[in-house]
Design a protein. Structure first.
Length: 500
């Protein structure tokens, strides 16, 4: 009998009532192992109502109460790392070590939330005028929602809800319907840690659930991570409905390799950043820009390393890369490789025919490497979201930066060089939100914020870090005058308050 993943609303599992279910497959076998309940508009209303009811007390709870729960939650997550990672591997397909890394990066934000007391401190100016003090404070918003992608089913939700609830909000999470189980386990562990019922809810679904949250009058803010077209839709719709929005979109991340770079280190980094997690991450390096005469040697080194990568089921310790999330996505990724030569690229490695013995029905694709790719080709212009690395050739540093800045995306980027002056210029001149210097995937640590520029971000706030705290709170300024007890009442003054 197929397992069913149901909603988590009001601190308990709630069976879906819409009658609609989505399939969840094991990407290594292609078999449908689970079905997930898809929410109706009425179920969206129920989840938001549970969060709204919980906000009445959680929104006024003490910082000590919130952090006590979060510290216990952090301990439970740590104890259940393997369990969470196993669910990720079973439904997403990534190898177990990669899944454990995802959990670790999510835990960073839980740890940041445990220290929320210092992040929520306000400001006070005394005696700005005679007996007048002015203070600035930050307060929670109410019910907030998160809509998260399939590629990091634990980490991206943990980039959102721990900070949101630490700030005093309640949360409705709508995870990807392709790999929903990890989200439920995160919510169950939060309940075990003592989080009151309704503070964190998990609502599974598709467009009906998403649109229901975007339109709901009781949802104050929406966080989203996903593709650029959907991010644009989320931002436009939720903003038009008066909601605060942070919507992180797609990417085409470049790695600029200068002639003085350590080419072995650059090749190692390119392989790790392009093919890790099967390329299904918005911070993957998908375009290497080789400057000058180093291109041939760099491509040869990348190919040598790529050919040694072991592809197999995520639960096999020997596997270094797993399958793609669905067969349809696998076929779409493959189409970029099969069409590359006709658009002028040199296909150095073609992984489209790859299979794994004993798992022939899995969503397999091998590593592909395309050289001498043009900027007007589909493989360069589109976010492929798979293990396909494009190499572009330029003559100078200036040409490389101009090429990168011409991209509509501006998520992450990297430079490989031994020249400190060139690296300094690059970090100031490149148009991207996250920059790595000899670091291929510059995902910030939890106490800095994650986010891109241009078509990689819609909204004003990046995610987690200080931006995350500011997104999940709003500022209030209080001006106070207390009369001195020795003063007698001086009557009514209808004039504008005087500062001096």
């Amino acid at each position: 009998m197929t397992k069913t993943v149901n909603h988590w609303i009001g601190g308990k599992t709630v069976e879906g009532t819409s009658g609609q279910y989505g399939p969840v497959t094991d990407p290594a076998t292609g078999a449908v192992t689970t079905q997930v309940a898809l929410a109706s508009v009425e179920e969206v209303d129920a989840a938001v109502a549970a969060a709204k009811a919980a906000y009445a007390t959680w929104g006024t709870s003490s910082l000590a109460q919130r952090t006590t729960v979060l510290f216990r939650y952090r301990a439970l997550l740590d104890a259940h790392r393997d369990d969470i990672a196993a669910l990720i591997t079973a439904e997403h397909g990534k190898v177990h070590s990669d899944a454990l890394g995802e959990v670790a990066r999510g835990l960073e934000i839980v740890e940041l939330a445990c220290g929320i007391t210092t992040q929520l401190k306000g400001e006070l100016s005394t005696q700005v005028s005679n007996r007048v003090d002015v203070s600035s404070i930050r307060q929670s918003l109410g019910v907030v929602a998160g809509i998260t992608p399939f590629n990091f089913p634990a980490m991206v939700p943990m980039w959102m809800f721990p900070l949101a609830i630490a700030c005093g909000n309640t949360f409705v999470l709508k995870p990807s319907e392709k790999d929903p189980s990890a989200a439920n386990l995160l919510a169950e562990l939060a309940s075990e840690a003592g989080l009151p019922d309704g503070v964190l809810n998990v609502l599974h679904g598709d467009k009906v659930a998403v649109d229901g949250l975007l339109d709901h009058p009781d949802v104050a803010a929406v966080s989203f991570v996903g593709s650029t077209p959907i991010a644009r839709h989320i931002h436009g719709t939720a903003s038009a409905n008066g909601k605060r929005v942070q919507a992180l979109g797609g990417a085409k991340n470049h790695m600029l390799v200068l002639p003085d770079a350590d080419l072995d280190a650059a090749a190692d980094a390119a392989v790790s950043a392009a093919y890790g997690s099967a390329g299904e991450r918005c911070m993957a390096i998908s375009a290497v820009v080789a400057v000058g005469a180093i291109g041939d040697e760099l491509v040869a080194k990348i190919r040598e390393r790529a050919e040694k990568i072991t592809i197999g089921p995520g639960n096999d310790p020997a596997s270094e890369m797993g399958p793609l999330i669905t067969a349809a996505h696998r076929d779409k990724v493959a189409s970029y490789v099969t069409g590359a030569a006709a658009q002028g690229a040199e296909v150095v490695l073609d992984g489209t025919g790859h299979t794994v013995e004993g798992f022939e029905d899995g969503h397999w694709i091998g590593l592909s490497l395309l050289d001498k790719v043009s900027t007007d080709s589909d493989a360069y212009r589109d976010e492929i979201f798979g293990p396909v690395l494009c190499v572009l050739r330029v003559d100078t540093y200036e040409d490389g930066v101009a090429l990168m800045n011409a991209s509509p995306f501006g998520n992450g980027t990297a430079i490989f060089t031994r020249d400190g002056g060139a690296a300094r210029r690059f970090q100031l001149e490149v148009e991207a939100g996250m920059v790595g210097v000899n670091v291929p995937i510059p995902v910030p640590v939890g106490y800095h914020s994650f986010g891109g520029w241009k078509d990689s971000l819609f909204g004003d706030h990046h995610i987690y870090g200080n931006d995350g705290v500011h997104f999940y709170t709003r500022g209030k300024v209080v001006t106070t005058r207390w009369p001195d007890p020795a003063d007698a009442p001086s009557g009514v003054d209808l004039g504008f308050p005087r500062n001096h």
